[in-house]
Design a binder for this molecule. Structure first.
Ligand code: SF4
Length: 210
């Protein structure tokens, strides 16, 4: 089993390969020789080199929104897709404006598209956020399929829920990048709970607590 998350050696970063732990994935050199070939495939090569260059070009200066735009520009994309959460409608409009100003065509689809009640999918009415109302489901598959129809070249995920985002990634034909990760408890900054896991967020991360 690979346990990189608890590794204290980090030979992969330092290059001191003689120090690697026994269960290090790098023990299987042939695997890496094989994987590296994937990057040379036409569909991946430019994509990979461009994303690596973006890291260099805007390192610690460009916010992610700019990185998305710079990446898309360098990849020659002109038509971008955006699957967004209606709770972030205002933010979606800002992203739309920023990207359009730079010459992109932006196709955006809200998560509630279709207005299909959650209960129609077999969801329990007892677990509606507002019981007794027609609470529309999030529809990430429709979001992705509508962007597919519009033939977007690169899709942005803006604040989709955990799992809904996974379906959006799964059904999008174009590659997807996440601009905002939905986290209602932290103002969409999931790292806050990680930074404060031993402090302010300890109780809220405890599965035994409400
Ligand atoms: S790849 Fe190897 S050296 Fe790097 S973190 Fe994982 S176990 Fe540690």
């Amino acid at each position: 089993m690979f346990t990189c998350a608890s590794c204290t050696i980090l030979a992969c970063k330092s290059g001191q390969l003689d120090q690697m732990p026994k269960n290090c994935p790098m023990q299987d050199r042939a695997f890496f020789d094989q994987v590296v070939q994937e990057y040379f495939k036409e569909e991946n090569h430019d994509f990979f080199l461009t994303s690596t260059a973006i890291e260099y070009l805007g390192y610690c200066r460009w916010p992610r929104l700019r990185e998305v735009a710079e990446f898309a520009k360098r990849m020659g994309y002109t038509r971008l897709g955006m699957g967004f959460c209606v709770g972030l409608h205002k933010e979606a409009a800002i992203v739309d404006r920023v990207l359009r100003k730079q010459g992109f065509e932006v196709v955006s689809v809200a998560c509630k598209t279709g207005n299909i009640p959650k209960v129609d999918l077999g969801y329990s009415p007892d677990m509606l956020l507002r019981p007794g109302t027609r609470e529309a489901m999030c529809n990430p598959i429709a979001q992705a399929e509508l962007l597919n129809r519009a033939e977007t070249q690169f899709n942005i995920c803006l604040g989709l829920c955990v799992g809904h985002d996974s379906l959006f990634y799964k059904y999008s034909k174009a590659p997807v990048t996440t601009l905002v990760a939905k986290d209602r408890a932290t103002g969409h900054n999931p790292a806050a709970a990680i930074y404060c896991a031993d402090g302010y967020f300890k109780d809220r991360l405890d599965p035994e607590k409400p």
